[in-house]
Design a protein. Structure first.
Length: 230
């Protein structure tokens, strides 16, 4: 079988445990599974070429939900989600992952693709941080998927990639994303004016962050104690 990342079986289905890779800690690894409050089984695992169909279909179906909150697709949403556009996206993010700059993860619910978590602009050393972003297919929303996925991604950044700080942004008119981040312990640190070009115009964003030593427990454990995970 063609293995576009050269992962071999050891990594794709293995949860994040054991010794971190020296060059690319936390990649390519899957997170352990968690149980949502309704019993759904969820994990994050590496994005692969086999995800092309689900990625394209779900994002095309969810254009009304995603286009208003994502960077502007200058050639149009449909053009940004063709087969060739997928390969351009995938080859770029694959190379960035190989360089240790990004960790692209699939949200997998009961074994099915339902969205994505990305840890980006990864920096080690005296900076030691990254940003987290996510989207969830509309058919899987309303079950706490985004909150659980954000928890797993944030814990992965801290515990597997070994970072000190994780940041995120959200639009003022997207309070649901703000609640996801707040539930995971992110604190408000600022307000970024004309920060990103979203859906055809420059948009302001709330800026939030957390450091590894802000909380005694992991995001996953805090959600479990709050009754949001089993």
């Amino acid at each position: 079988m063609f293995d576009p990342f050269g992962w071999a079986a050891r990594s794709f289905h293995q949860p994040a445990r054991g010794t971190r890779d020296v060059i690319h800690p936390g990649w390519p690894e899957s997170t352990p599974h968690v149980r949502l409050a309704d019993g759904g089984r969820l994990r994050l695992r590496p994005l692969t070429s086999r995800d092309a169909r689900d990625w394209r279909e779900q994002r095309l179906l969810d254009e009304p939900h995603l286009r208003p909150v994502e960077p502007t697709a200058h050639d149009g949403w449909a053009a940004a989600h063709t087969q060739s556009a997928w390969w351009n996206f995938f080859s770029g993010i694959r190379e960035a992952a190989r360089q240790g700059q990004v960790v692209p993860l699939v949200i997998e619910l009961e074994g099915r693709f339902v969205g994505q978590v990305t840890l980006g602009t990864i920096q080690h050393g005296s900076v030691s941080d990254c940003w987290i972003g996510y989207w969830v297919f509309s058919a899987a929303q309303g079950r706490g998927v985004a909150t659980a996925a954000c928890a797993l991604g944030t814990d992965h950044a801290f515990r597997r990639i070994g970072l000190h700080r994780v940041t995120a942004t959200y639009l003022p008119d997207n309070p649901a994303s703000g609640r996801v981040l707040q539930a995971n312990g992110f604190r408000e640190e600022g307000y970024l004016r004309s920060n990103l070009h979203i859906d055809g115009r420059w948009r302001d964003h709330h800026f939030v962050a957390q450091n590894i030593d802000d909380h005694h427990l992991s995001c996953e454990e805090r959600l479990r104690r709050a009754g949001r995970l089993r």
